[in-house]
Write a protein that binds this ligand. Structure first.
Ligand code: 8ID
Ligand code: ZN
Length: 354
């Protein structure tokens, strides 16, 4: 049976605290529109994007009251009546990603750029997200979770995994190329290390502190640089790469400092994949050397449905593992505190199972 109300983690006003609310209405099966489905959530990862949303520090504001969260896994318990050609059915385990809904009919969708759909809905930003027990989603936009991967393991693949998988896929690098990963010890970064190694790249991991160093090296990074200690990151990367610099960088830091030397440490023809979303920062790069070195700077924004399926398949095959600490939904506020201080190695996943 589907309850009338549920528990969710709510931010009333951006910048405020997270409150656990126990009286949030659950949309009942007969209220679902065609194409909608209702999920009973198992768990959700906590992404740094959720913290940006809770703080309201981005140039585009989220809805309030805000139920955040956008890397969740649950089970379909109802589908709206008159839903035609649903690719999923009641009982299926599915994932919800940042792109809650894309129309699949506009120019961007037709080109496969579903992230940039003109009618997009964003989980935990423009529509309710996964920090709840029951969530309305859309049958065409949920991601089927393959057998052979636990929900808790799959959750963070749906944002962190998909995002770095796509950034690497479009980095125009090849086997044995050097990729620099600033933010390598964080949620996105630690998966980037693994997807990059799976793709046969050589990885220079950059982050701070012993725990993240141990994690990155355990996950297969070829070299490590501690940004809190290294005086000259460009020189160190040049040294590691035999004087030439790296072929690409996938920057996943939530602060702008991770971007600062990228154009300097890339070799000629290098690609800078911009992924991390510091609040108000500008990208600082020498125009002269961007041109003179034929550098490409590319923004990479989550991924489409196909990217999600591919990223999950690789994880379900055991090639990439989410390093996570399991907690309960009620701990979200303290997770944000640690995240803000850069103290989380890997991810935190919150359980909604009873
Ligand atoms: O589609 C996208 N482009 C997308 C998708 C998902 C998330 C973008 N993001 C954005 C988030 O909004 C956030 O701004 O990517 C950023 C990273 O998200 P995350 O991986 O969830 O955050 P985290 O777990 O806090 O990891 C960030 C890591 O960066 C390190 C920190 O120590 C932490 O481990 N870091 C920082 I902050 N400054 C650094 C620096 N200068 C640094 N590492 C190296 N050099
Ligand atoms: Zn995210």
């Amino acid at each position: 049976t589907i309850p009338e109300v549920q528990t969710a983690a709510v931010v009333q006003k951006t910048g405020g605290k997270v409150q656990m609310k126990h009286d949030i209405p659950v949309k009942q099966p007969d209220q679902l529109a065609p194409g909608e489905c209702l999920l009973k959530m198992h768990c959700t990862g906590v992404c740094h994007t959720d913290l940006h949303a809770a703080l309201g520090d981005w140039p585009v504001s989220p809805v309030t009251p805000l139920i955040g969260g956008h890397e969740g896994v649950g089970e379909i318990v109802a589908i709206g009546k008159d839903t035609a050609d649903s690719p999923v059915k009641i009982g299926d385990r599915v994932g919800v990603k940042w792109i809650a809904y894309s129309c699949l009919n506009c120019e961007q969708c037709r080109k496969g750029l579903e992230q940039n759909c003109y009618n997009v809905k964003l989980s935990g930003y423009t529509v309710d997200g996964t920090f709840c027990q029951y969530l309305v989603s859309w049958v065409n936009c949920v991601t089927p979770i393959p057998d052979g991967i636990e929900s808790e393991e799959a959750a963070s693949v749906l944002c962190a995994g998909v995002t770095v998988y796509r950034a690497l896929k479009y980095s125009q690098t090849t086997t044995h190329d050097w990729i620099v990963l600033p933010g390598a010890g964080g949620g996105l970064g630690h998966l980037a290390v693994q997807y990059a190694k799976y793709m046969g790249r050589r990885v220079i991991a950059i982050d701070g502190g012993q725990e993240k160093k141990d994690l990155c090296l355990k996950l297969g990074a070829d070299a490590w640089i501690d940004f809190t200690q290294c005086k000259d990151i460009t020189a160190e990367i040049k040294r590691i790469t035999g004087g030439k610099g790296a072929h690409a960088a996938v920057v996943t830091t939530a602060s702008s400092s991770g971007y600062s030397q990228a154009v300097d440490y890339l070799r000629d023809g290098g690609k800078l994949m911009a992924v991390g979303l510091p609040a108000k920062a500008k990208l600082e790069a020498s125009i002269f050397f961007t041109v003179f070195k034929s550098i490409s700077i590319l923004g990479s924004y989550v991924g489409n449905r196909q990217d999600a399926i591919e990223a999950l398949e690789i994880a379900a095959a055991g090639k990439v593992k989410v390093f996570y600490k399991l907690d309960s939904l009620s701990q979200l506020e303290s997770v944000y505190d640690l995240m803000g201080q850069g103290k989380i190695a890997g991810r935190v996943v919150l359980s909604m199972r009873d």
